[in-house]
Design a protein around this ligand. Structure first.
Ligand code: NAP
Length: 486
């Protein structure tokens, strides 16, 4: 309550220094009524007052409202009194299940604009929306859906913080115009979503939890489980069972996680480019770009950004984990430089090939992570919006393939020639880094095929609208006419 008071004071201060363009409007702003005196009503009233609007709040029981809860500029009345004061706009800041209890106000609300700010109770978007039900209950009023996607926090933090978009829909152009005007005056960006039937979509919008992320997160998690489980079986459990108690379970917390993360990062990065290649081969095979992709491919194409960001996350975590690896790793690298053996006192031979391998492996990894960071940064809307289409494609496709190649090289340098030793296949199980490069290598090979001049030229023509004879509707028409096919 105290923090609310502080924020209220802050907003009241803001209201005294309202932007110059808001001033002329506030002097002429008609009174707006809010029905209900709950959290949303308080925050909305604060914001309206700060925007220079005269507000009257209608409550079932005015005496129950503690003094100082609303700014002094807000008038507190009973519901009928508030509605009668409102020139044309009335906000319904009550839950939709209580709309029926307001039926007595039907005639007082006739001809006024009712703003339905309610959220959906569940994700079910079947059946009428709250706004449509409100319109049925008050047929003589103009119902507008809006402001439900704005939280009380966003209403209180002022125009310069939080989300500024307000989705609005209504069947009444006049009502929508009035709400759009008010939203602008309050410092929001109104977005016209069309007729009242769009209310269903707007009501469930605040309930959605990262809708475009669920698929990529599940895929990444399953990949991690696979590589972690595989590494556990191959490197810890089977040797433990076979060698009668050689305990390497300490590797579970750090080593195994650090082995699984780069494998997941690599496969996820390959999955970013796989659907694009699939789409290209499909277009080549069909000989046209005017046929829709299957819906699973469409969905996959739309999730590439999320997959890329998750790949970046795994790669970054792998980098941090590698830096945190215990001292034994550092000792392993220091073995590559000549020094006196602590055991025999003799000088170790200089393993030049080993040093090359380790340096190339580290260098490719760091460069790959660097390029991947660039991709992640340009996928941010604020950065991406500053690039033109060619620059964006260059970064996301050109640099993306460079990141993929560097990551594959990082993995291959790590494997070096060990992959050809029989010891690398205990229990006939290849190392996980070998499994991890399969999909990325397929992606790179397919991409190289697409760059062959004969294929590249045909694909470019298809993407510029050319169609093969069996798909071209004009040629098909001529064929039908020439052969007299009815
Ligand atoms: P709230 O704090 O519970 O306030 C609801 C108000 O409705 C009460 O203060 C009460 O005011 C009035 N009310 C309660 N029972 C009633 C009844 N039987 N008949 C008539 N009026 C009744 O709820 P809220 O958080 O402000 O939410 C109100 C609406 O805003 C909801 O539809 C919600 O979905 C929407 N919304 C809320 C938020 C948010 O962040 N809170 C964000 C977006 C949208 P009186 O006692 O003064 O009449």
């Amino acid at each position: 309550y105290n923090s609310f008071e502080r924020r209220k004071e802050k907003l009241l201060t803001i209201s005294t220094v309202a932007p110059a363009d808001a001033l002329p409007v506030c002097l002429t702003s008609p009174t707006v009524a809010i029905l209900g005196s709950g959290d949303f009503s308080r925050s909305l009233a604060l914001r309206l007052v700060a925007s220079g609007v005269r507000v009257v709040v209608g409550s079932r029981c005015v005496n129950r409202i503690p003094s100082g809860l609303f700014p002094d500029a807000v008038e507190l009345r009973n519901q009928e009194g508030a509605v009668s004061q409102a020139v044309c706009l009335v906000f319904m800041a009550v839950f939709p299940e209580h709309y029926c209890s307001l039926l007595g106000l039907q005639s007082a609300l006739a001809g006024k604009v009712l703003v339905d700010v309610s959220n959906g109770a569940e994700m079910n978007i079947h059946g009428p929306s709250n706004a449509e039900r409100l319109a049925e209950l008050f047929p003589d009023s103009l119902v507008v859906k809006g402001f439900n996607t704005v939280s009380t926090w966003e209403l209180q933090t002022g125009a310069h913080d939080g989300s500024r978009q307000v989705m609005i829909c209504s069947n009444s152009t006049e009502g929508k115009k009035k709400v759009v005007q008010l939203a602008r005056q309050m410092g929001f960006h109104p977005v016209d979503m069309g007729g009242l039937s769009a209310a269903r979509e707007i009501e469930v919008a605040p309930l959605r939890l990262f809708p475009s992320w669920s698929g990529p997160v599940v895929v990444t998690f399953l990949l991690f489980l696979f590589f972690y489980g595989y590494g556990f079986l191959r490197g810890i459990l089977l040797p433990f069972l076979a060698q009668g108690g050689h305990n390497a379970f300490y590797r579970l917390a750090l080593d195994l996680v650090n082995e699984s993360l780069p494998a997941v990062a690599l496969v996820t990065l390959a999955l970013v480019y796989f659907p694009g290649l699939f789409a290209a081969w499909l277009q080549l095979w069909r000989g046209t770009k005017y046929q829709r992709f299957p819906s699973w491919l469409d969905n996959w194409l739309q999730r590439r950004k999320q997959l890329g960001l998750l790949s970046f996350l795994c790669a970054a975590l792998h980098g941090v984990y590698s830096l945190c690896l215990p001292l034994r790793r550092i000792t392993l690298v220091s073995l590559k430089v000549p020094h006196k053996s602590s055991v025999s006192g003799t000088e170790e031979p200089w393993d030049e090939l080993g040093v090359w391998r380790s340096d190339l492996y580290l260098s490719c990894g760091v460069l790959g992570l660097g390029v991947l960071s660039l991709l992640a940064i340009t996928s941010l809307p604020t950065v991406g919006n500053t690039l033109n289409w060619r620059e964006f494609t260059f970064v996301q496709s050109g640099l993306g393939y460079i990141a993929l190649t560097l990551s594959i090289m990082h993995t291959l340098f790590f494997g070096w020639d060990f992959a050809f030793h029989i010891e690398a296949y205990p229990f006939y199980m290849p190392p996980s880094y070998l499994l991890a490069v399969v999909v990325p290598c397929i992606v790179l090979v397919c991409r190289c095929f697409l760059l062959l001049p004969c294929i590249f030229t045909r694909l470019t023509r298809i993407r510029r609208g050319w169609e093969s004879k069996r798909n071209c509707p004009v040629l098909q028409h001529h064929y039908v006419v020439a052969n007299g096919i009815p």
